[in-house]
Design a protein around this ligand. Structure first.
Ligand code: AMP
Ligand code: GLY
Length: 423
């Protein structure tokens, strides 16, 4: 099968690496890809959020299946255009991608489907939202309605800070619509499935580390590392959560006439009174995908193709025994003002077995590797235990260096938590 993979992050590099292991694959093209991916697969430039440009590229390459990595093309309607052109696509149509594209739509859908989620109120007027935030009793979370590249959520300790957050999100220009919702507490868990719109295949539960600094300090980022499987819920508990959270959402989307085909990501918070849904994403997580691909003991391409044909069987996917860890190496100044250009050393050496380096913000310049983005590399390791996987990943991290580069030293901390009973 001739496949085109859309996207340019370490998530897509990991997906390409896994797709390339499939006996079903004949050729893999990437667009736009990145410098790391270009070492192994042909990469084509493309405007990812232009449906006609993507369709034209697909026709030129004569690919049979398109796999969409990031959310922006899906929210822009790339899957709709591909389907209209008769091309199989792993990724939801725009109306279904709105589970991520609009937080208000997502919350309304969760409510209709009867999912456990934080109490919320929607506003389409900033002044009214600011007033309501000021009178909020206790901590409040302020969320811009639309896609905001990870900058659309502020968790405020009280109403005064909440009102400030409303003002600053307003200035961000992420649209006027926003949500105020109650703050929940507890560990977070990323639950991802591959789905054909009705049946779903559960990937291992994972946890990412969103803050830039050790011990969850400093500003939020796209994600500084991840590990899987996160031992926060037993397999039975996880399957039950999926029945309570994934299945009703899929049913509701199908009922509305836009079945969700692709990867559905539920961000959960395990609160003292049980799991609650924090958000849905219409794609796989980054950096969670990097560890999930190291863990997955199945044919990814076969699964994705089954999803597009409506032939999936609901089940938990097989994982390799052991644990995978991904440590993100970030550029100087990330996340506020990442600096590109620093020369990266250490990438010339081959990786030991059970270690993969997935590229994101790298480039080739004068035959050297240089920094070209905020999150530069995901260094991933798989081993029998979390401690061994951490040791292996950090040993590899130590071999790579560039001026101003930084990473968290506590990826996987919290991974020792015993599975909890499900309320
Ligand atoms: P989101 O973009 O909705 O995933 O929000 C980003 C992050 O904000 C989440 O991963 C949580 O850490 C935090 N967050 C979002 N909603 C809530 C909530 N209701 N209570 C506590 N934290 C939240
Ligand atoms: N790692 C969080 C996300 O991909 O949204």
């Amino acid at each position: 099968m001739k496949v085109l993979l859309l996207g340019s992050g370490a998530r897509e590099h990991a997906l390409a690496w896994k797709l390339a292991q499939s006996p079903l694959l004949t050729t893999l093209h990437c667009a736009p890809g990145n410098a790391g991916m270009a070492e192994r697969w042909p990469c084509q430039p493309v405007d990812l959020v232009s449906p006609p440009a993507v369709v034209a590229l697909v026709k030129r390459l004569a690919v049979e299946l398109v796999v969409v990595g990031p959310e922006a093309p899906l929210v822009a309607g790339v899957a709709d255009a591909l389907k209209a052109a008769g091309i199989a696509v792993f990724g939801p149509v725009q109306a279904a991608a709105m589970v991520e594209g609009s937080k208000i739509f997502s919350k309304e859908l969760m409510q209709t489907a009867g999912l456990p989620t934080a109490k919320w109120e929607a506003f389409d007027d900033l002044a009214k939202a600011e007033m309501r935030a000021r009178s909020w009793q206790g901590p409040v979370v302020v969320k811009a309605d639309g896609l905001a590249a990870g900058k659309g959520v502020v968790v405020a300790d009280n109403g005064v800070q909440g009102a400030e957050a409303v003002r600053s999100l307003g200035q961000l220009g992420a649209g006027k619509r926003l949500i105020l919702e109650e703050r929940l507490t507890g560990p977070e868990l990323s639950l991802m499935v591959l789905t054909d719109g009705e049946h779903y295949a559960l990937l291992a539960p994972s946890q990412d580390h969103k803050r830039v600094g050790d011990g969850d300090t400093g500003p939020n980022t796209g994600g500084m590392g991840a590990y899987a499987p996160a031992p926060l819920l037993s397999r039975q508990a996880l399957e039950r959560v999926a029945e309570q959270v994934i299945a009703p959402m899929l049913r509701e989307l199908k009922k509305q006439g836009s079945p969700f085909v692709g990867a559905l990501y539920a961000g959960l918070m395990l609160t003292p009174t049980g799991p609650q849904v924090i958000e849905f994403n219409c794609r796989l997580g980054d950096p969670e995908t990097q560890v999930l691909m190291m863990q997955l003991d199945e044919d990814l391409l076969g699964l994705m193709a089954s999803c597009t044909r409506g032939e999936l069987v609901t089940r938990t996917l097989k994982s390799h025994p052991g644990v995978s860890v991904a440590v993100v190496l970030a550029a100087q100044g990330y996340p506020e003002a990442p600096v590109s250009g620093a020369v990266i050393t250490g990438l010339e050496q081959p990786t030991p077995s059970d270690v993969e380096r997935f590229h994101a913000g790298t480039a080739r310049k004068n035959e050297r590797w240089v920094v070209n983005g905020g999150r530069v590399l995901s260094v991933c390791a798989h081993a029998d235990s979390l401690t061994e996987a951490q040791a292996l990943a950090y040993r590899e991290v130590a071999r790579i260096s560039f001026a101003g580069g930084h990473f968290r030293r506590d990826i996987g901390a919290g991974g020792g938590t015993a599975p909890r009973p499900l309320k």
